[in-house]
Design a protein around this ligand. Structure first.
Ligand code: ZN
Length: 308
């Protein structure tokens, strides 16, 4: 496969508290703040507590999910006094880190999230991003813990041919951790991951070549809602104990997925797939009980510094 080269990474942003009740990122950022970390090796680090107002009240968001506020259409809308809090914050963050797609935007962004699902450490990609995939491969090969998995959103694969990769980023999604809670094991996995990421940038900037190869990813294909009462729309079942905490364990047709409150078992009827975000707290409002993925191997090119 071809080779991919890129300019040095001089400015990396580490974000936490994008959802105000996901505490790992919040405490990682506070600790970096306390130590006044603003440069690691040759890379300057921009520390971003994304939604301090939501952190203060330990809520996912105040008015609107901040993660849904960064589309070009929303960012170009003028703000008014009645704009949702998160829209105002999205404009501020866009000015601080971007503007989106511009040459002065940060070179790389890592956004730290927690899930209540038993997913371990996951890198979530929203497009095929060779740099982020190399970071994933590097962390996976060096970390003292595991497994570490890569998740591709469905839309990502459709974008394979879009090679205009102007901004690199991924979401670090780590669990299980209840909202508002900080767990030491999760905190340590995240700080080790961040150390390895900064390590990679240092090696990349000093001229190392990283070999390409196959990367195993879980490509999101579909989402499933809870069974609901057709009249009240209330859920009528919980995730089945055999599925609970079994993220990434192959689900086969006939496997139990929900246990109704009246005792009935609901079984799975689709094709074999890998469940993830099983019983994620924040997804009740989005009507998602769990998501499904297929395992897809992606070939990534070798990467190194562009010489000019
Ligand atoms: Zn989150």
């Amino acid at each position: 496969m071809e080779h991919f080269s890129w300019k040095p990474f001089s400015r990396v942003a580490i974000c936490g508290g994008t959802h105000g009740n996901e505490m790992t990122g919040v405490y990682v950022l506070r600790e970096m703040e306390r130590k006044k970390v603003d440069k690691i090796g040759s890379v300057s680090v921009t520390r971003v507590l994304s939604n301090p107002e939501a952190v203060k009240v330990c809520r996912r968001y105040m008015d609107k999910d901040l993660n849904r506020c960064f589309t070009d259409a929303l960012l170009s809308e003028p703000l008014t006094a009645s704009s949702p809090h998160e829209m105002k914050r999205a404009h501020e963050l866009n000015a601080l880190l971007g503007p989106k797609g511009s040459p002065q935007a940060v070179d790389f962004l890592c956004d730290i999230h927690n899930t209540t699902a038993n997913m371990g450490v996951c890198f979530i990609f929203y497009r095929l991003d060779w740099i982020a995939m190399h970071l994933f491969k590097y962390v996976q090969s060096k970390a003292s813990f595991g497994p570490i998995r890569a998740i591709l959103h469905e839309s990502t694969v459709a974008l394979v041919s879009v090679r205009a990769l102007m901004r690199y980023n991924f979401t670090l999604e780590v669990g299980p951790q209840p909202n508002g809670v900080i767990r030491a094991d999760i905190y340590n996995m995240v700080t080790e991951t961040l150390d390895l990421i900064m390590d990679w940038f240092e090696k990349f900037n000093s001229g190392s070549t990283f070999e390409g190869g196959e990367v195993e990813t879980f490509c999101q294909t579909t989402v499933l809602d809870y069974p609901r009462d057709p009249t009240t729309n209330e859920i009528t079942a919980a995730v089945h104990p055999q599925l609970q905490d079994n993220d990434f364990k192959l689900l086969r047709p006939g496997d139990p997925i929900f246990l109704s409150f009246n005792g009935d078992v609901v079984t799975y009827e689709g094709e074999e797939a890998y469940p993830f975000f099983v019983n994620e707290c924040a997804y009740y409002e989005k009507k998602i009980a769990f998501q499904l993925a297929q395992r897809v191997n992606i070939s990534i090119p070798s990467v190194s510094l562009k010489k000019d």
